[in-house]
Design a protein. Structure first.
Length: 228
């Protein structure tokens, strides 16, 4: 919005004589009676502003009051701009601090990830080294055992192996595998018929299988009677 000085086209330090002269020049220039018909309404609005400006600036007391009001408004605007600038700077500073904090956290996170990855790599290497040492130790012990047993055999000793839980487990697995294979062959029609023919055509095999079957049935019945 224009100030009254801008309306009269004078500086704010203009004297009373300059203000009066400027007013007369503008009044003559924009007087409605001197304007064409199509510009009279616009000239009236301009003259209204010129008269209002001169009524204030042409009076010493009114001009002083206007200057104080104008300075107050400008100070308010300046203060508002300074506050806006300060708030913007604070917001920028806060944003920058937040960004720096995020970057630091991000760097710390990546650093922690790198440390964790290195720890995993080192752990994997150590485990691989332990497994390798264990395998080498087992191979060494096996070769030593074989050499020791060979030496005892060369002296005429008979070696008896003590059964461990691992041996029993392997035997049980082998029996289960054989039973599974036999069950599959028994359920398959061609092999089923072949097994029946082989069983019936060989008395010795038939007798052995019957004895084994009776033993198994007897053991099963004994077990069932215990748990009844």
């Amino acid at each position: 919005m224009k100030t009254l000085y801008e309306i009269l086209e004078v500086s704010e330090t203009a004297s009373e004589e300059i203000i009066e002269k400027a007013y007369k020049v503008l009044a003559k220039k924009h007087h409605p009676d001197l304007q064409p018909q199509e510009k009279k309404q616009q000239a009236e609005q301009i003259m209204k502003q010129i008269n209002e400006a001169y009524s204030i600036l042409g009076d010493k007391q009114k001009r002083q009051a206007y200057n104080e009001k104008l300075n107050y408004e400008r100070q308010a605007i300046r203060q508002k701009q300074e506050n806006t600038t300060t708030n913007y700077q604070k917001a920028s500073s806060t944003t920058k601090q937040t960004a720096n904090s995020y970057q630091n956290e991000n760097k710390a996170y990546h650093k922690e990830q790198e440390i964790r990855q290195w720890q995993e790599v080192i752990k994997a290497r150590e485990e691989a080294q332990i497994r390798k040492q264990k395998e080498v130790q087992e191979q060494y012990e096996k070769k030593y055992q074989e050499a020791y047993e060979g030496y005892l055999r060369s002296l005429g000793y008979k070696i008896k192996y003590k059964w461990t839980w691992k041996n029993y487990r392997n035997l049980l697995i082998a029996i289960l595998v054989v039973i599974s294979i036999c069950a599959i062959l028994w359920c398959f029609p061609p092999t089923h018929n072949y097994i029946i023919e082989f069983y019936e055509s060989n008395p010795i095999i038939k007798t052995v299988i019957d004895v084994i079957g009776k033993i198994i049935i007897g053991i099963w019945n004994a077990i069932c009677s215990i748990f009844k």
